[in-house]
Design a binder for this molecule. Structure first.
Ligand SMILES: C[S@@+](CC[C@H](N)C(=O)[O-])C[C@H]1O[C@@H](n2cnc3c(N)ncnc32)[C@H](O)[C@@H]1O
Length: 230
């Protein structure tokens, strides 16, 4: 994918902890994948605290400095868009657009610095395929991709990605949020949950202490009881 078609934006470690309702105890000693991770600082900040986190994204096909420069422009454009549509967001976690910009800029710079120092932690991957072994990660986190972009990613693609995440997961997958960009619950979510149950997985929908996009306040936890959904 060309660099100008990539929007390189990400959330902070603290946002991930809140949106996935995670504690350090749950992460310690686990092999964790952030997929797709974009410009998030979850891998960077987690690594600095001794956690074993790997990030993957289609964007990592590009060189780190180019991504960091693109990310700065993307943060600026994103802030302009948010400013125009302030009422579509819940201003609890962030106090203002300036506060949001500070978080996004910090996530980007922490991610870029960590990527330069530890390139092996940032793996290029083009979903619905992942370049990892079966059961390689204890826990996989997936934020702002599945369900969010349901206007352009169809149900088949969602199922293929979830199947691939299950292949690579040993224990558990968490997906946040459960709504589209328009704030509506993903229309095929019940069907996907039923398929997961039929394949022997356990699911739980959990309200989390993080809501910025209105209605984006819950995650889906999938416990894998069988090796694959296929
Ligand atoms: C909105 S960002 C979310 C990043 C991060 N998880 C977060 O919550 O901030 C979506 C990411 O999906 C990546 N992406 C889009 N299509 C992809 C694909 N087919 N395979 C892998 N990554 C993809 C983009 O490069 C982008 O970084």
């Amino acid at each position: 994918m060309e660099l100008n078609r990539i929007v390189f934006i990400g959330r902070t470690f603290e946002e991930y902890m809140a949106m996935f309702s995670l504690s350090m105890d749950e992460l310690q000693g686990k092999k964790v994948l952030d997929c797709p991770a974009g410009a998030c600082s979850f891998t960077a900040a987690g690594g600095q605290q001794g956690l074993d986190i790997t990030a993957c994204d289609i964007a990592y096909c590009h060189e780190g400095e180019a991504l960091a420069a693109k990310g700065k422009l993307d943060v600026k454009h994103a802030m302009e868009s948010v400013e125009q549509a302030r009422e579509q967001y819940v201003w609890d976690y962030f106090r203002s657009v300036a506060d949001l910009a500070e978080h996004r800029t910090r996530a980007l710079s922490d991610c870029a610095a960590h990527m330069a120092a530890h390139p092996e932690r940032y793996v290029p991957a083009v979903l619905p395929k992942l370049p990892f072994q079966d059961g390689e990660f204890d826990l996989i986190l997936s934020a702002h991709f599945l369900f969010t972009y349901s206007d352009r990613l169809d149900k088949r693609f969602h199922l293929q990605v979830i199947e691939e995440l299950l292949r690579v997961a040993k224990e558990e997958i968490r997906i946040f949020p459960l709504v589209s960009l328009a704030g509506n619950r993903y229309e095929h979510l019940e069907e996907i949950i039923n398929i997961l149950h039929e394949r022997g997985c356990e699911t739980e929908e959990i309200r989390v202490p993080y809501e910025f996009q209105r209605n984006a306040h819950s995650m889906l936890k999938i416990r894998k009881n069988r090796p694959s959904i296929v």
